[in-house]
Design a protein around this ligand. Structure first.
Ligand SMILES: [Zn+2]
Length: 284
């Protein structure tokens, strides 16, 4: 599976960004291109026999002078176990077992991939979750003694999340996003330098959050599932499981507004083009 590494000189400091592809997943074609997201569209997609293209599942590490930050934890290879979904409700179990496909081995999990860039689970200072869906929290068992930051609104709403699948040790640091960053009225600065921050990007889930790294070359926007890919962001295409289409569209406007003021490298969790886009940062 792919690993991307990009070094960024920011003033006098060196920041290293790594992208790790922790497996792939696929959902039904009609669930990908739903006109009206919601439960009915999800149920309707069960009739569809065709899966859409495989989507990579990215998570990210920022090696920063103030710490090593992991954004999302990817898939767990335990999804391959026959009874992994036994604890979730009947319809959701059917969805995960029959309406989704996963491609992940133990070697693809985030803990093993970190070692390929001379890091390991213990080197992580903080984990930041964009939201609580299974392909973003799957690697949490590898980070039991490390603070895990979750937006308070995401923790309260838990849209499409399955707490029965969370590790029993999961005790996140709940973050209230009470600061501001440009057009984003819910933000939280993680670093003292105020260059790594969480911004609420609601829509996919009620408390969906993106992570921003500000550099003197431009803004790296770790977009989670705000849209699955940049192309889908531009076409305003959202999946059937989107919590609020209206919120998603409002969030897109905020990102577009930011992109008019600054150079933005948009890095969604399921985009095959992330490597090229990140590499292009060097030429900005
Ligand atoms: Zn999601």
């Amino acid at each position: 599976m792919d690993i991307i590494t990009q070094e960024i000189k920011n003033n006098d400091q060196l920041i290293r960004v790594h992208g790790f592809q922790t497996g792939r997943l696929a959902i039904k074609q009609s669930a990908m291109t739903s006109q009206k997201p919601g439960m009915w569209s999800t149920l309707w997609s069960f009739k569809d026999k065709n899966f859409a293209e495989w989507l990579p599942v990215w998570c990210w590490v920022i090696e920063h002078p103030e710490g090593v930050f992991l954004i999302d934890t990817g898939l767990s290879s335990e999804v391959n176990q026959k009874n992994y979904f036994r604890k979730v409700d009947f319809v959701s179990r059917y969805y995960f077992e029959k309406q989704m496909k996963f491609d992940i081995t133990q070697a693809d999990e985030i803990d093993q991939q970190l070692t390929k860039v001379q890091l390991n689970s213990k080197a992580i200072s903080k984990v930041i979750l964009t939201h609580l869906h299974i392909d973003h929290v799957g690697g949490l068992p590898h980070f039991t003694n490390i603070p895990v930051l979750v937006n308070e609104r995401e923790w309260q709403s838990k849209d499409g999340a399955f707490p029965v699948l969370f590790p029993s040790t999961f005790n996140p640091e709940i973050i209230r996003l009470s600061e501001r960053f440009q057009t984003f009225d819910k933000a939280y600065y993680i670093t003292k330098a105020q260059d790594v921050l969480m911004v609420e990007t609601a829509g996919h889930t009620t408390g969906h959050t993106s992570v921003i790294l500000k550099t003197n070359k431009g803004v790296l926007f770790f977009a989670g599932d705000l849209a699955y890919t940049q192309e889908r962001f531009q076409q305003q295409k959202f999946s059937a499981t989107t919590k609020s289409l209206q919120q998603s569209l409002l969030t897109c406007e905020k990102v577009k507004d930011l992109a008019q003021r600054e150079k933005v490298v948009f890095l969604p969790s399921h985009d095959t083009q992330n490597g090229e886009r990140l590499a292009a940062l060097a030429n900005l």
